[in-house]
Design a protein around this ligand. Structure first.
Ligand code: A3P
Length: 291
């Protein structure tokens, strides 16, 4: 079987798939529109969940319509260049407005037209430890990403810092610092798990959209973990195992806060906390890693 695992290259200190770097001019010159909605996340922070929520809001809870295509075709992933599919930029260019788009880029690598046109951005952030565990399993099952090895190797060789889309710290802090200068709604995965109703209401308000109580309940139901895990349009099961091997780990894996406790050893946790404190103490940004 062809080895799909792509190589990584550095762009301004951020590791990216070499296929993304190959189309860098196309990516960097992407023309955002004022009425775009961009979902920006560090990988594994709840991107797919938020995509489904926003898509259902835009189509007034029409569940049948939400099943028109898998999530990765409905919402172009701008950073992606996976031939023979059109690149994320090409897919977005071919889409009528208003467009719902996805990126994993840290804000310093966002195409400049986004900051000029200032479309609405929903940034979803998830605590570092759960993100790391979720990314570990994702790297194992997604054959397009580097093989993470065992959990202990992943942790001890600092492979967790050498992951595609770069440092979690730079990502969450960079977007946090930009949030009051642009139209950015900064949402936490943990808040979504704790009280999805409240967070969906925040998203509705930010998007200046209104839905009836009945539609709201439908959106809530169809974006629950239980429904999304069995929905072929959201659980990536339409991709062959050569691309995502769900026998290794499901895409919709656990959807919980605090699963890191099942993976971090006591000493790994101490090491991680020391590093975390140094990097986060001046950020003004706090996360919950348990509920
Ligand atoms: P886990 O691996 O911890 O289960 P992304 O879409 O950014 O790749 O994020 C994937 C993570 O979000 C996975 O985390 C997945 O289970 C979780 N997720 C997706 N939809 C969810 C939902 N409706 N409720 C809770 N978690 C969800």
């Amino acid at each position: 079987m062809k080895n799909l695992r792509v190589k990584m290259e550095l762009v301004d200190g951020v590791l990216l798939p070499d296929t993304t770097v190959e189309m860098w001019d196309q990516f960097w010159n992407f023309q955002a529109r004022e009425d775009d909605i961009l979902i920006a996340t560090y990988p594994k922070a709840g991107t797919t969940w938020t995509q489904e929520i926003v898509d259902l809001i835009l189509i007034q809870g029409d569940v049948e319509k939400s099943m028109r295509a898998p999530c990765f075709l409905k919402v172009p992933f701008l950073d992606l260049n996976a031939k023979p599919l059109p690149s994320g930029v090409e897919a977005a260019n071919a889409m009528p407005s208003p467009r719902l788009l996805k990126t994993h880029m840290p804000i310093k690598l966002l195409p400049p037209s986004f900051l000029e046109k200032n479309p609405k951005v929903i940034y979803v952030a998830r605590n570092a430890k759960d993100c790391m565990v979720s990314y570990y399993y994702f790297q194992k099952m997604n054959k397009g990403l580097p093989d993470p090895g065992t959990w202990n190797e992943y942790f001890s060789t600092k492979k967790t810092e050498k992951v595609p889309w770069g440092s979690w710290f730079d990502h969450v802090i960079g977007w946090w610092n930009a949030k009051d200068k642009h139209r950015i709604l900064y949402v936490f995965f943990e808040d979504m798990v704790e009280e999805p109703k409240r967070e969906i209401k925040k998203i509705l308000q930010f998007l200046e959209k209104d839905v009836s109580e009945e539609v709201f309940e439908k959106i809530l139901h169809h974006t629950s973990f239980e429904i999304m895990k069995d929905n072929p349009m959201t659980n990536y099961s339409v991709l062959p195992p050569e691309v995502m091997d769900q026998s290794v780990s499901k895409f919709m894996r656990k959807g919980k806060v605090g699963d890191w406790k099942n993976h971090f050893s006591v000493s790994q946790n101490i090491l991680f906390n020391e590093e975390y404190k140094k990097k986060m103490e001046e950020s003004g940004l706090t996360f919950r890693d348990e509920l």
